[in-house]
Design a protein around this ligand. Structure first.
Ligand SMILES: Cc1cc2nc3c(=O)[nH]c(=O)nc-3n(C[C@H](O)[C@H](O)[C@H](O)COP(=O)(O)OP(=O)(O)OC[C@H]3O[C@@H](n4cnc5c(N)ncnc54)[C@H](O)[C@@H]3O)c2cc1C
Length: 414
């Protein structure tokens, strides 16, 4: 691409909506054919000019998928921006796919627990695992990506694919440990995109398909920054044995509607931090309640960089929402404190966005049970984007993507 000076070196952008929108604006000229031809190059942390670096903002919904899609459509049209729009929709597809098959998330968590038990009982495995996450394997490329992940909370998509493939097929480590490491350290760590991408690399997601990291491919797409010895990498990628069959798709839960006559609070979580677009202008909003710390993404704790990002994003989301509705934002971490915050503002209804399958939903369901038992009503909204797209995630992405033009029309994107 011929516009490297469009972007500052310090990417991803700061963890707030303003920085996300400013990056969106700066990257829009690059969302067309240039993106399609350049996006696969991992030019390194100092040059992210060929990709948006907006995944963490989208993950926290500081910026919406629809905003990315609309920017791409307006600047380039559906045909020239097809690749960028499809990548945005990959996230939606993964989320819809997992939403329709909740057992896959439950199986991942059970397998992850078993793998950590194995690490605690097997010293050799523990040493190999620690060497991998600390970037001490001696493998060119891999060790640098392990360090980059810890320092920045971000990796280029191609580096994620190489890393996962080397983890599984060269280092012969359990895939769930790698997925757990990514989920806890990526600032965009997302249960669906991450778990299902790891499953795809290992051959569990698409029957008969695995992803093999090749030395020549790494050298080409890092423009020679890394040139691993071909003999140091696994020569083949046999699919991992499937422990559980892929379940048939279930149903998507419909969004609920708030009762506009009830005094209400906006109850935020770290996966949807743009309450200004929740469509609750007709409701009597009395306060914004938010956790000051993000939800857990695994037993071993959230990485420092990812935690910092999510914490700042929560603060930004809460303050913007409070400003928009002219109310106060109350940070409350425990469920008891959240109930107390609602009570002290005479609130009778908590309005939230239903989180998709993953750790945030796991925590929320437990909290919701206690909140409802205390006599407060909880209403879970669903975004039009998710409601329109998720039902199409019944089969592969190829079928899913054919629905994009019609869904865009229904959503008013053009
Ligand atoms: C093993 C592995 C783990 C991953 N884990 C995550 C994760 O936890 N969270 C996450 O958001 N993405 C994950 N991805 C997908 C992808 O790597 C990132 O979304 C992408 O690198 C983000 O960079 P960007 O914002 O510059 O993307 P761009 O190329 O600018 O794409 C625009 C947007 O589209 C979405 N997107 C792009 N590529 C993909 C993809 N392959 N799958 C899903 N969504 C995509 C992102 O929201 C992104 O911000 C993973 C991929 C792999 C191979």
């Amino acid at each position: 691409m011929s516009q490297p000076d469009l972007f500052p070196a310090a990417l991803p952008p700061a963890p707030d909506r303003k920085a996300g929108l400013s990056r969106l604006k700066a990257f829009t000229p690059a969302m067309g054919r240039a993106y399609a031809s350049e996006r696969n190059f991992d030019l390194g942390p100092q040059d992210r000019s060929n990709i948006s670096c907006l995944s963490a903002h989208v993950r926290h919904r500081l910026v919406q998928e629809a905003e990315l899609a609309q920017a791409a459509l307006s600047a380039h049209g559906l045909q020239a921006a097809e690749k960028f729009i499809q990548e945005v929709c990959w996230r939606t597809y993964w989320k819809g796919w997992l939403e329709l098959r909740s057992a896959v998330w439950a199986d991942y968590k059970a397998e992850r627990e078993q793998a950590f038990t194995a690490v605690s009982e097997d010293q050799a495995l523990a040493q190999r695992y620690e060497a991998a996450i600390e970037g001490r394997t001696g493998l060119e490329g891999f060790d640098a990506w392990a360090t980059e992940l810890m320092q920045t909370g971000y990796l280029h998509n191609h580096a994620r694919m190489w890393f996962a493939s080397i983890w599984i097929f060269t280092l012969d480590l359990p895939w769930v440990l790698g997925a757990d490491h990514f989920l806890r350290h990526l600032i965009d760590g997302d249960a669906a995109s991450n778990t299902l991408s790891w499953r795809w690399v290992g051959g569990l997601q698409t029957v008969g398909k695995t992803y093999l990291a090749r030395a020549s491919n790494i050298e080409k797409y890092t423009k020679g920054r890394f040139a691993p010895d071909p003999a140091s990498l696994a020569p083949e990628a046999p699919a991992l044995p499937s422990v559980h069959p892929i379940p048939s798709p279930g149903a998507i839960l419909p969004g609920e509607r708030p009762d506009p006559s009830l005094p209400s609070a906006l109850w935020l979580h770290d996966e949807d931090l743009h309450a200004e677009s929740w469509g609750v202008e007709d409701v009597d909003i009395r306060c914004v309640i938010y956790p000051s710390s993000p939800a857990s993404r695994g037993e071993a704790g959230l990485g420092a960089v990812a935690r910092r990002f999510s914490k700042a994003a929560l603060e930004d989301g809460a303050q913007r929402a409070a400003g928009r509705f002219g109310v106060k934002a109350v940070a409350a971490d425990s469920v008891a404190d959240q109930i107390e915050a609602a009570r002290s503002s005479n609130v009778r209804q908590l309005i939230t966005q239903r989180p998709c399958q993953g750790g945030v939903r796991d925590e929320r369901l437990k909290a919701q049970e206690r909140i409802e038992a205390s006599g407060l009503r909880v209403v879970s909204l669903t975004r039009d984007w998710d409601q329109a797209f998720h039902p199409f995630a019944t089969k592969g992405f190829f079928k899913f993507k054919t629905a994009i033009p019609d869904v865009f029309t229904r959503l008013g994107l053009n």
